[in-house]
Ligand binder design. Structure first.
Ligand code: IVH
Length: 667
């Protein structure tokens, strides 16, 4: 018997589809909320179990986030083409391989987000995976469930709901929502996301699905990867059917009989893509007929039946009005070009980093220069060219300051590096950055301590070092701009909580030169406490595997100058001073693995499926060791994308190199 609950669930599903998938709401937000509230109330008062596909069950479910699951068939990538010639070559190759059979091409926008796989069993969304290494994906079911445009249950149509359906699509964040997320991140002391793609990727891999639920994620499904019991002959048919089942497909799809028509579609979107509310980085051209696709097949990397016809990076020309110098956490002075505001890829650009003094000299960048800015996916634009031909003679050569622009201390230049530093450890600019680093997510994770708050705390001299954070009280905090009693209370609680942080996080948070997360972990593994580390000699520190003389020098010099800070932190009640390191670190079950056990690894470059820290944890959990530099004692180098000098060193020393895929297989 159908009950009110069943009817209400069906009604809400209908309106979710209208609102989130078809963009044609039939109810106001308030009316929709009334329905949801009613359903929640009925479910709460009923004894019947709540099915996982009820519209109230978007957060929660209990899948193991991050578990590695094999894909039914590999999630391939796409071959790229960059101009009309390469598009034509693709068309010719397809026709040659299909022996001139007439071919239809479907064109779609290439959405710049994160590829995912959605699995429905008997119409219920049961599993969602990232692409991972293509063979294995990470389980992100619970995070995908929070996306309102991912139906938890497929809509019934005239055809039977398939027993199994696997669709692939792209999760993204609308362009105009990135700012909101970044403002919030900065308030929480987190670095902003460089582009919507990173924001989407970061949001989908969060361990806490309720945070994902608050992120404005959306999806376009672009391929029916597998279906049981229904036959399709073309891609267009499958897209139509997927839409009827309630999956969200991009509306700007077109079907063409010739490659020339594909070029027109591409040119249309070159001109119009800025107006789209999401980032696109090209057009995907796909052979429509499935029989043709099967005939064409795939290489190990990409299908022969499709190509990503990429858009060029967008450029704009503007003028450098002046060059400012910013002071970072370690005192490094970074020049920033302040630009005459210019619109680039739909965003207004007002400044661009010039990286360092040398960059200005090699590119001969002058104040007043006309320059070409380029934005390739990232929010942060690059100066790619100085238009020297446009110089009038009024341009001024920038003289790099000899004194810190914030505290006026003479700067230092060293032989070994390009960086110019302010060496005054009490420089307020550095202090502000050090506090931000201490509070950041990978260190003490004090949420709610953003740059605006830090500026005021330092300027009002409420905080002179990181230990002063522990003296802050609600009353003083609530008098800061844009801070009421509730947020002040919250911040004090967050600061209090940070006292429980594991010792390696505290060590990393101190911001000692050359001490990144991995090195902090290595040092703590060996010395167990900050006290022991602070008493260690240069030789003792250098004897730790993976620690070189530069790090040892940096540690010794830091602790020789900062004993008072350490004492202050101890008196503030930081947990790591009173318990042994092992007790503060979360339990990690150690299984000595036949491959990893007892071997020494170095991880370099960026991995697609996990961060380097996560990779190190996986290795250590299997009894392996992770060091930071490649030596003859290194057993394997794990090289992600952009691996550089460590890769070269490994080749030189004949150290075996594992790709990310090899590494995943070993795991
Ligand atoms: S089709 C077998 N269609 O681009 C490959 N991919 O660089 C099937 N992407 O991994 C891919 N929009 O994550 C396809 N309309 C679209 C797409 C699209 C974005 C992503 C996808 C893929 C990557 C390749």
């Amino acid at each position: 018997m159908r009950t009110e609950i069943d009817d209400l669930r069906a009604l809400i599903r209908h309106h979710e589809r209208k609102y989130y998938i078809e963009n044609q709401p039939e109810l106001s937000d308030a009316e929709f909320d009334v329905l949801m509230k009613r359903l929640e109330a009925l479910e709460a008062s009923s004894d019947a179990p709540i099915p996982p596909d009820s519209p109230t069950q978007r957060v929660g479910g209990g899948a193991v986030l991050g578990a590695r699951i094999p894909h039914r068939n590999p999630m391939l990538s796409l071959n790229n083409g960059y101009d009309e010639q390469e598009l034509k070559e693709f068309g010719e190759r397809v026709r040659r391989l299909l022996e001139e059979a007439p071919t239809e091409y479907v064109t779609e926008l290439k959405i710049d987000g994160l590829g995912v796989s959605l699995i429905y069993e008997n119409g219920i969304f049961t599993r969602g995976l990232t692409r991972g290494d293509g063979e294995y994906g990470e389980d992100i079911t619970d995070n995908l469930r929070t996306i309102r445009s991912v139906p938890l249950r497929l809509t019934e149509t005239d055809a039977k709901i398939p027993a199994v359906l696997e669709a692939r699509g792209e999760v993204f964040i609308p362009k105009d929502r990135l700012d909101d997320i970044n403002v919030q991140r900065e308030a929480e002391g987190e670095p902003p996301f460089a582009n919507p793609r990173n924001a989407a990727a970061g949001s989908l891999r969060l361990q806490n699905a309720s945070i994902t639920a608050a992120r404005p994620l959306d999806i376009f499904v672009y391929n029916l990867n597998y279906v049981e019991g229904v036959e399709f002959s073309t891609h267009t048919e499958s897209l139509e059917k997927m839409k009827r089942w309630g999956l969200k497909c991009n509306p700007h799809t077109a079907c063409h009989k010739s490659i020339e028509a594909v070029q027109d579609y591409y040119e249309h979107w070159v001109a119009e893509r800025d107006a789209l509310p999401y980032e696109t980085d090209g057009v995907v051209v796909k052979v429509n007929e499935f029989s043709h696709r099967n005939e064409l097949g795939a290489t190990s990397k990409y299908p022969r039946w499709a190509i990503a016809y990429k858009f060029n990076a967008q450029q704009a020309i503007t003028t450098i009005e002046r060059i400012d110098v910013q002071v970072g956490r370690t005192g490094v002075l970074t020049p920033v070009a302040i630009l005459e505001p210019v619109t680039l890829a739909g965003a207004t650009i007002t400044n661009a980093t010039l990286h360092n003094e040398q960059e200005i000299q090699t590119k001969d960048i002058r104040i007043g220069d006309r320059i070409v800015l380029e934005r390739a996916g990232d929010v942060i634009p690059k100066i790619v060219e100085v238009l020297t031909a446009e110089r009038t003679g009024n341009e001024a050569v920038f003289v790099f300051p000899d004194r810190c622009p914030v505290c006026d201390t003479p700067v230092e230049r060293s032989e070994e590096e390009v960086a110019v530093r302010c060496v005054n450890v009490s420089c307020v600019a550095q202090l502000k950055r050090r506090i931000a680093h201490y509070a950041s997510r990978n260190a003490l994770q004090i949420e709610g301590l953003g740059p605006a708050t830090i500026d005021q705390l330092v300027d009002k001299e409420l905080v002179r070092d990181v230990a002063d954070l522990y003296t802050l009280e609600v009353e003083a905090l609530s008098e800061l701009d844009r801070m009421g009693v509730p947020s002040a209370g919250n911040l004090v609680r967050q600061i209090e909580q940070s006292k429980m942080a594991p010792v390696e996080k505290v060590l990393f948070g101190l911001g000692i030169f050359h001490i990144g997360e991995t090195v902090a972990e290595l040092l703590i593994e060996h010395f167990l406490s900050l006290d022991a580390l602070s008493k260690a000699t240069r030789e003792e520190i250098e004897s730790v595997d993976g620690i070189g003389p530069q790090i040892a020098e940096s540690v010794v010099s830091f602790f020789s100058q900062h004993q008072p800070l350490l004492d202050k932190l101890r008196e503030s009640g930081l947990h790591c001073f009173t318990v042994a390191a092992d007790a503060t670190r979360p339990e990690m079950s150690m299984v000595v693995d036949s491959f990893f056990g007892g071997k020494t690894f170095v991880v370099t470059g960026s991995l697609e499926g996990m961060t380097r820290t996560e990779a190190s944890k996986e290795i250590k959990a299997r009894g392996g060791k992770v060091t930071s530099s490649v030596t003859s004692k290194t057993d394997y180098l794990i090289a992600g994308e952009g691996a550089g000098s460590k890769y070269a060193k490994a080749v030189e020393l004949d150290v075996p190199i594992l790709t990310e895929t090899d590494f995943f297989q070993k795991l």
